[in-house]
Design a protein around this ligand. Structure first.
Ligand code: VGL
Ligand code: ZN
Length: 199
């Protein structure tokens, strides 16, 4: 029998109100996520984990401002405020998150020249994080995703998960989004079309 896992995406201080890249209502999902953690045998977390001066930060590109885009060698990249710098308070999980049960924390976005929204592949869409191999080796084939942000790291992770053959659900009530230029509607549509169960 294959197993299922809960994957909690980037529930970190910088994505919660008061953080560097705050997502409206990001902290509101903590009690529900904690419930799901209690009820799920296998829990994994992702942690956005950038070195200072990361190429996804607007501050690394003179004249650019947060939420503008630039062309990177791997394609278009949205620029963000400095956030989730390795070891900073902003990179810590929300203090109310009951994360200690987690069997794996997968860190992403640590390569200076590539951003990584998805828990599976970096934004060049080819550099793997190792998560798929980990899940397969552990015979986990069913995933429920929750966390931040719905329209970026949750959505990119869910799209890769179905592409890799995992049965994938997103608990929308345990997610909050950024909604940049209609990205919520776009990414919800892409997930639905790809076969992600939006529940
Ligand atoms: C995220 C933008 C930049 C996310 C991470 O977790 O959705 N978004 N880094
Ligand atoms: Zn990031």
């Amino acid at each position: 029998m294959a197993d299922e896992a809960l994957v909690v995406i980037d529930l970190q201080n910088d994505f919660c109100p008061g953080g560097a890249l705050e997502v409206a209502g990001g902290d509101e999902i903590v009690p529900l996520v904690n419930d799901l953690i209690r009820r799920t045998e296998h829990v994994l977390l992702t942690q956005d984990w950038h070195p200072a001066g990361h190429s996804s930060f607007a501050s690394s590109h003179p004249g650019k401002r947060p939420f503008e885009t630039i062309d990177m060698p791997y394609g278009e990249q949205t620029l963000w405020p400095d956030h989730c710098i390795q070891g900073s308070l902003g990179s810590d999980f929300h203090s109310g998150l009951a994360w200690s049960k987690a069997e794996l924390v997968i860190r992403k976005g640590f390569r200076p020249a590539i951003d990584s929204y998805s828990a599976f592949f970096e934004n060049d869409r080819t550099t793997p994080t190792g998560l798929a191999g980990y899940l397969r080796e552990r015979n986990i084939d069913t995933l429920t995703l929750v966390g931040l942000a719905t329209d970026f790291c949750v959505a990119f992770s869910a799209l890769d998960a179905v592409k890799l053959g995992f049965a994938t659900s997103v608990r929308l009530d345990a997610c909050r989004g950024i909604d940049l230029n209609g990205s919520m509607e776009t990414m919800l549509g892409r997930m639905r079309d790809a076969g992600v169960a939006l529940i």
